[in-house]
Design a protein around this ligand. Structure first.
Ligand code: ADP
Length: 497
């Protein structure tokens, strides 16, 4: 067999990539799908569109290679996005509630008032926030007439996007998730690696809706023969950010990466121990297995930023300032600085380290001389400055001062952004040759399970630098920018009603 097929089901698009044994992409297909915004703060996807787009791109790349040349499938998926479907018909009961959706912020406040936040953080490693699946699932069970009663009777299945894809790929035979995805639900105990009855009671979720937890690297099941003409084993599953950490070969404790996609997600491998954050980061499962990577379960510390590349999408679609995301770079380069303009992209609240569901997007420092170029530049700076906040929190939590940062994701192609990032971190930013590390990580997880790759050292050797961005900004300038940025962040807070 020549290839592993990676399915990368992202927030804005579904991708399928065939990787060969050298870890290089041999075929790629991608399809965007609809973002649904029913009211301010709400974000939904049509579950059927997620599946249809993922299936279409998988078929496209398989047509190029021939299905018989594919050894296994690895899945990486947008995380936390919550789906509920009928086990008999496979029909979703509602649109998927996307991770960015804030509709359950008030429920999180209630739970906080009841004093549950500490217990939840201790058990799950997560901050009590509407970002995660727990309150989203509770919302679906509460609001869809008859849903909880049907769930109790075992008629309904809950899943994050990985479970939804596995269910559909296996013709409804397998209802499973992996520990990295389960660890984002608020229902999963990070230490025992099992669903937790006390958490299930808090969120009023019946056990009967839950998927079985399987290793991130190992055989899950085979695809339904009708889909691709042959049976292909599914052998790798991980949340997209954990998959990217794996794809960046961050196998040893202290190694970290940052992904610039819809949001930004910095993850640091903390080894076989979940580090309890004191600086409002998350502890999360990195991956479970394979033994060839030297750790049964690897944990990570994570800083999640909700709006990164999505800020650029907003310049494109909301303001129609540019026609495509890459154009932002040339526009921002028209000016040497932002003219003291700051854009705080709290469009869906703030994630790490501020965690404010009620913050909203804020543009400050406008003057008569402000142009589109200043705003475009401020949008890029905002991405780099948010990552800077997370980077600082991570150093405090881990006690490790990172010497460089590995980067990936769609927006890391932007050289200006990467230079800003090096400047605001004060350490080099390193871009690998393969920036599709999310898909690559899913492929590695699957290929290590089947023996397509023998062990982690082979993968570490495949990782190569494409470009290093060295910091050029003076410490004084960096400190001043960070101070102004934190001032702007303050002004975005507690705005939504
Ligand atoms: P996801 O997996 O979250 O869907 P991707 O990794 O595909 O995201 O990255 C796409 C995001 O990156 C989009 O939000 C897009 O606006 C942004 N993006 C893509 N290219 C650039 C660029 N050259 N400069 C800035 N942002 C970009």
């Amino acid at each position: 067999m020549k290839y592993i097929l990676a399915l990368d089901q992202g927030t804005t698009s579904s991708r399928a990539i065939l990787f060969d044994r050298s870890g290089r992409p041999a075929a790629v297909a991608q399809q965007e799908f609809r973002q649904i915004f029913p009211q301010p703060g709400w974000v939904e996807h049509d579950a059927n569109e997620i599946w249809a787009s993922q299936l279409a791109v998988a078929r496209q790349v398989l047509q190029q290679s021939g299905s018989a040349q594919v050894e296994a499938i690895g899945i990486a998926n947008q995380r936390e996005t919550t789906l509920l479907w009928d086990r008999k018909t496979g029909r979703p009961l509602a649109n998927a509630i996307v991770w960015q959706d804030r509709r359950t912020a008030a429920r999180c406040d209630e739970l906080r008032k009841l004093g549950k936040a500490e217990l939840i953080q201790q058990k799950t490693g997560l901050i009590l926030d509407s970002y995660f699946s727990g309150t989203k699932l509770q919302w679906l069970l509460d609001k869809i007439p008859g849903a909880r009663a049907r769930a109790k009777k075992g008629e309904l299945a809950f899943g994050t996007v990985d479970s939804w894809l596995i269910w559909n790929l296996t013709g409804g035979r397998i209802h499973a998730t992996d520990a990295s995805n389960a660890s984002r639900t608020l229902l999963f105990n990070l230490h025992t690696l099992q669903w937790d009855d006390e958490l299930l009671r808090i969120f009023d979720v019946p056990r009967s809706v839950l998927p079985e937890v399987v290793p991130s690297s190992g055989l899950v099941g085979a695809t339904d023969v009708g889909l691709f003409g042959v049976l292909i084993p599914i052998a790798g599953v991980a949340g997209d950010q954990q998959a990217a950490t794996f794809g960046q070969a961050c196998f040893s404790p202290g190694m970290a990466k940052n992904t610039y996609g819809t949001g930004c997600f910095m993850l640091m491998n903390t080894g076989t121990r979940a580090v309890a954050s004191r600086n409002r980061l998350l502890a999360t499962v990195g991956w479970c297995g394979p033994p060839s990577v030297g750790q049964r379960t690897a944990y990570c510390l994570e800083g999640s930023v909700f709006m990164a590349g999505a800020t650029i999408q907003w310049l494109r679609d909301g303001l129609q300032m540019i026609q495509s995301a890459p154009e932002v770079e040339a526009l921002a380069r028209l000016v040497p600085d932002t003219g003291d303009v700051y854009l705080v992209p709290a469009f869906t609240g703030l994630g790490a380290p501020d965690w404010d569901s009620y913050a909203r997007g804020t543009l400050v420092g406008l003057s008569r001389g402000t142009t589109r170029a200043h705003i475009a530049r401020a949008a890029l700076e905002a991405i780099a400055l948010q990552v800077g906040d997370v980077f600082a929190a991570m150093a405090l939590d881990s006690g490790i001062a990172l010497k460089e940062l590995r980067v990936d994701g769609g927006a890391c192609r932007n050289d200006l952004l990467m230079q800003m990032q090096a400047d605001y971190l004060g350490v080099p930013v390193v871009r690998p040759q393969i920036t599709e590390t999310t898909a690559l990580g899913a492929a590695y997880l699957a290929g290590l399970a089947t023996g397509f790759w023998t062990d982690a050292s082979v993968i570490s050797e495949q990782w190569c630098v494409e470009r290093r961005f060295e910091p050029r900004m003076s410490t004084a300038e960096r400190s001043f920018k960070q101070l102004r940025w934190r001032e702007a962040v303050k002004r975005s807070r507690a705005w939504a009603l």
